[in-house]
Design a protein around this ligand. Structure first.
Ligand code: HEM
Length: 507
């Protein structure tokens, strides 16, 4: 396995052009025919090779997060956190681990515009000596849902209307304003603020959003959230700038990332963690597993861990970015998922999507290979596109007579776990008692956006424009929902919506 994640083992160095089986082609632009102008011959296998492969160039796009860009780099430890996490990647200050980051938008198709209003995906694959670790994060610290059963429904509301085949403001806002879906309010506020249209991938942060469980080598564990803060500073576009860029230069962020790395202007991020004990979690006003909430920084301060630098562009987008497979289930010793139900569902969803999108041996695609750790499990074998030698003549089952090692049996991890009990019931985690789901959204409006000149007005403007094409009844539901955050915001949205409708009626 090459450490640059490209497989060039079967590529000729003499540049003699061949068909896909290595037979030289002397006349690539000639076809075999009867006479000069007669019909083609089926025996022209080079032509068939070319046309047939062309028909199979497309693979299923990711659903969601189809559109994205990526680059390679490294993670470097700057601070000792071995009291929190025993993973080998953190075991020495100055230690570097090679990584790959893919940034993405969520709702759009593969060719859609980089500057669309959307959360941005922020996925990092670390090639560690303990195996590949993926942090599959977004650029927002919270999410729209906290029950995974809502996910496909919510994503569908941003795709095309089945009848009109166009995006539909009614679908989007109908879902979000349904009382039990208003847990999304905090994320919706962020999405429609300036942060919904980042100026580039370099100028935004990444957040785990979810609570994870990290443990040290003594087996003591803490709840952890990860923050990846841009060293370039946050920079966003206004709605007008984002729309203009989408029309003029739809791949603006792809170019920005590629060109800045090509010029040696390597973007970097500082990695921090927040930690929380089980006892502290019990006294929170919300569940530690609620993905719609942030942990207050005063109570849970950021602690620096290291930095990520992106210093290498992919040489081949398809092989290294499109075929990359990130999954929250790809983890290493001492970093565990928590019981957050959205995270638990994600542990299933990604590898399942990749078995469909790339095939069951997707882990053999060079960019996904755990080259820093290597794989050994001869029971995971065969299957379509098995290309790594399939463990040769190793028995196809594990048995006690063979000399295998099981590291985690020698060093058990996390002895003192949470204890769960209760009946197995369908639990409907839709609404909370009282106002708790609106508290952080209100604080964002009154304490954070109020300090950024014009930010409150732009929030109302962005929402007002977005709801203008929706039905009057849906617009009213949106205004009523935002009135629960702040009355001024609701009034601002109403005015902006009316202005947009007056404007649109001129066409
Ligand atoms: C139940 C909830 C969710 C489900 C079922 C889900 C499912 C998926 C699936 C199937 C993909 C495509 C994977 C592929 O084809 O390789 C994907 C991509 C992605 N998801 Fe989620 N997702 C959920 C929630 C989230 C959340 C909460 C976050 C962030 C905190 C997130 C971040 C991402 C990112 C960044 C990608 C793109 C990965 C890449 O760059 O290849 N997702 N999701």
């Amino acid at each position: 396995m090459n450490t640059d994640n490209t497989n060039t083992s079967d590529v000729r160095k003499d540049r003699i052009v061949t068909n896909s089986l290595g037979n030289p082609i002397n006349e690539p632009f000639a076809t075999q025919r009867v006479g000069q102008h007669g019909p083609l011959l089926l025996q022209d296998s080079n032509l068939i090779d070319l046309l047939a492969h062309f028909n199979r160039e497309n693979i299923p796009q990711r659903l969601p997060h189809a559109h994205g860009s990526g680059a390679f780099g490294y993670f470097e430890v700057t601070d000792d956190i071995t009291d929190v996490c025993g993973s080998a990647m953190f075991n020495k200050i100055g230690k570097k681990t090679r990584c790959l980051i893919r940034f993405s938008t969520v709702g759009g198709d593969k060719g859609s515009a980089d500057t669309a209003r959307d959360p941005r995906g922020f996925s990092t694959k670390f090639y560690t000596e303990e195996g590949n670790l993926d942090w599959v994060y977004n650029n927002t610290p919270v999410f729209f849902i906290r029950d995974p059963s809502k996910f496909p429904h919510f994503i569908h509301t941003q795709r095309r209307n089945p009848e009109t085949n166009t995006p539909d403001a009614n679908m989007f806002w109908d879902f979000l304003t349904t009382p039990e879906n208003q847990v999304a309010i905090h994320q919706v506020m962020i999405l429609f603020s300036d942060r919904g249209t980042p100026a580039s991938y370099r100028h935004m942060n990444g957040y785990s959003g979810h609570t994870y469980k990290w443990s040290n080598k003594n087996g003591d564990w803490k709840y952890v959230q990860v923050h990846i803060i841009t060293d370039q500073g946050i920079k966003n576009l206004t709605i007008e700038e984002a729309i203009k860029k989408a029309g003029e230069d739809a791949d603006f962020c792809q170019k920005d990332l590629f060109n800045s790395i090509a010029k040696g202007k390597f973007p970097s991020w500082t990695v921090y963690i927040q930690t929380m004990t089980q006892d502290e979690a019990k006294s929170l006003p919300f569940s530690v597993f609620d993905l719609t909430k942030v942990w207050p920084h005063k109570q849970f301060p950021l602690r620096r861990v290291g930095r990520i630098v992106l210093n290498e562009n992919p040489k081949n987008y398809f092989a290294q970015i499109e075929e990359a497979a990130f999954a929250p289930s790809n983890t290493v010793p001492y970093q565990e998922p928590s019981a957050d139900p959205v995270l638990q569902a994600r542990l299933f969803a990604y590898a399942d999507a990749q078995r469909y999108r790339l095939g069951p041996n997707y882990h053999q695609i060079p960019v996904n290979c755990p080259y820093a750790s290597k794989m050994f499990n001869p029971a995971i074998r065969d299957g379509p596109m098995n290309v790594n030698g399939n463990f040769g003549n190793e028995p196809n089952y594990l048995n006690t007579s063979k000399d295998y090692s099981f590291i985690q049996q020698q060093k058990p991890i996390q002895q003192h776990q949470e204890v769960w009990n209760g009946p197995a019931i369908p639990y409907h985690w839709a609404t909370s008692e009282g106002d708790i789901d609106f508290v952080q959204a209100r604080e964002l409006y009154t304490k954070v956006l109020s300090k950024q000149p014009g930010a409150q007005e732009r929030l109302a403007h962005n929402i007002g424009i977005h709801i203008a094409p929706a039905a009057d009844t849906i617009q009213q539901r949106v205004i009523n929902m935002f009135a629960k955050v702040d009355k001024n915001l609701a009034n601002g949205i109403r005015k902006e919506c009316e202005a947009k409708k007056r404007d649109s009626s001129k066409f």
